[in-house]
Design a protein around this ligand. Structure first.
Ligand SMILES: CC(C)(COP(=O)(O)OP(=O)(O)OC[C@H]1O[C@@H](n2cnc3c(N)ncnc32)[C@H](O)[C@@H]1OP(=O)(O)O)[C@@H](O)C(=O)NCCC(=O)NCCS
Length: 156
């Protein structure tokens, strides 16, 4: 199977936050941001496989700052690691105040997606080609996370 480079599948998704994204305090609902994180990650995984994929797990997400209605969210997502049938995608979320230009790191998350064949069974994914030092560092870090994740995994 032919490999793919990280740069071939990376995504930057930009989304303005509107009143329908608000929680009861008038700031952006954390769940809205979580959904966008999963959407950005899924685009990356599906670009890598060009098959159906499912979200298998989402690692811990910390919200570092509130996001306000009117802010512009940027989600930068890229593939860190592939296993046999699974992929870890890292997503970094930044919020921009459109009036001042101030950009804040809002959250980061690591998600695992699994590629599925036509009968819904996990299928092998293409190899990942690492080019830059940063991609190689992220891949090493992702290996450690994968080990920890699999140790803690409970089969239902
Ligand atoms: C994810 C899913 C396909 C895994 O199925 P499974 O029968 O456990 O498959 P396997 O044990 O063969 O594991 C397949 C791969 O998934 C990985 N995986 C499975 N569960 C995982 C988890 N909770 N976290 C991280 N990776 C996981 C395995 O490590 C394996 O990766 P590898 O092939 O790269 O080594 C299955 O649990 C599923 O369909 N879950 C529902 C997903 C879904 O509907 N998501 C949307 C949320 S509503």
């Amino acid at each position: 199977m032919q490999g793919k480079k990280v740069s071939q599948t990376s995504v930057i998704m930009v989304q303005p936050m509107t009143p329908q994204d608000a929680n009861h305090s008038g700031n952006v609902h954390g769940g809205v941001i979580m959904k966008l994180i999963d959407m950005a990650g899924a685009i990356v995984a599906q670009r890598h496989t060009r098959t159906n994929i499912v979200t298998a797990s989402v690692d811990r997400i910390d919200f570092l700052h509130p996001v306000y209605i009117g802010d512009v969210l940027s989600l930068k997502a890229s593939l860190n690691l592939v296993g046999r049938t699974s992929m870890e995608v890292g997503v970094r979320v930044e919020s921009e105040n459109p009036l001042t230009g101030e950009i804040r790191h809002t959250a980061s998350a690591f998600l695992t997606y699994v590629a599925l064949d036509k009968s819904g069974k996990p299928m092998e994914v293409p190899p990942l080609i690492l080019k830059t030092d940063e991609e190689k560092r992220r891949n090493e870090d992702a290996h450690a996370r994968r080990e920890a994740r699999l140790r803690g995994r409970k089969k239902g």
